[in-house]
Design a protein around this ligand. Sequence first.
Ligand code: PGA
Length: 239
Amino acid sequence: MKNFLLVCNFKMNVVETKSYVDAMKNEEYANVILCPNFCDLKEFVKLKKSNKILLGAQNVSEFESGAHTGEISVAMLKNIGAQFCIVGHSERKQFNFETLSQTNQKVKLLIESNISPIICVGEELYSVEEKQAEFAVRFVLSELNEILKDVDVSKVIVAYEPVWAIGTGKVASNEHIETVLSAIKKYTGVEFTLYGGSFGENNFEDIAKIDCVDGALIGGASLKPELICKMQKRIKEIL
Ligand code: PGA
C-alpha cells in the first residue's frame, strides 16, 4: 500500500481554519499537507497538533536573512513549524519571474533546515499534440538539471504540473503522467513524485492508481475541505 500524499496549495486565498477543523473532525490526516498563505500558517498549527496534518509554505526567499523587503526566510518557516515548502511553482515563474537558479538556491536552503522542498516543474502546450509527452519529458528534465544542481535528491519531492492543466479543468492522460513521472524517477533518482493540474473529484481515483504517482499537488479543490477529506478517505480504501 502506498502512502499517497495530498498537498493542498491554497494559493492567495483565505481558507478559514474552522472549515478544515469541521471537515476533519477528530480524525487523523497524516498524509495531507496544508499550504496556506504565510499569514495563516500559524493558525493551521492547531490542525497539525489535533489532526496530525503536515504543514507547508507556498514559497520562501532564496536568501538567508537581511535586507530583503517583503521576503520570508527558511528560518522563519522553521520557527513556525512548516515541514514542507513548495518552490518554483509555475505561477511564480510567470508572474514573479522566478528563475531555475533561484529555485535551486531555495531548495538547498530548505534542505539545510530539514524542510522538504516540493519542486514544481512542467511544460506549456506543444504544437504537435501526439508528441506532447516526449516534449514534456525533455522539458522537465532540463528544468530539473538546473534545479537539482548540488542537491541531495533523496531529500526532495518533485511535482509534475503541466502548465496547461493548472486551473483549466484539462488533465493529462494517465499514460502521459506515467511517462513523465517515470522518466523523472529514472533520470534524476528522485523517489517521490506528485502530479498536479486540475486534480479533483472526477479524476482522483484513476490518478492515484498510477504506479509512479506518489501524491497530488492540488490547487482549486483544496479550497473545499470536505472534498479533500472525501478524496483522502477513498484513496485509503482503494490503494
Ligand atoms: P489546480 O492547481 O489544482 O487548481 O489545477 C494546481 C496547482 O497550481 O498546484
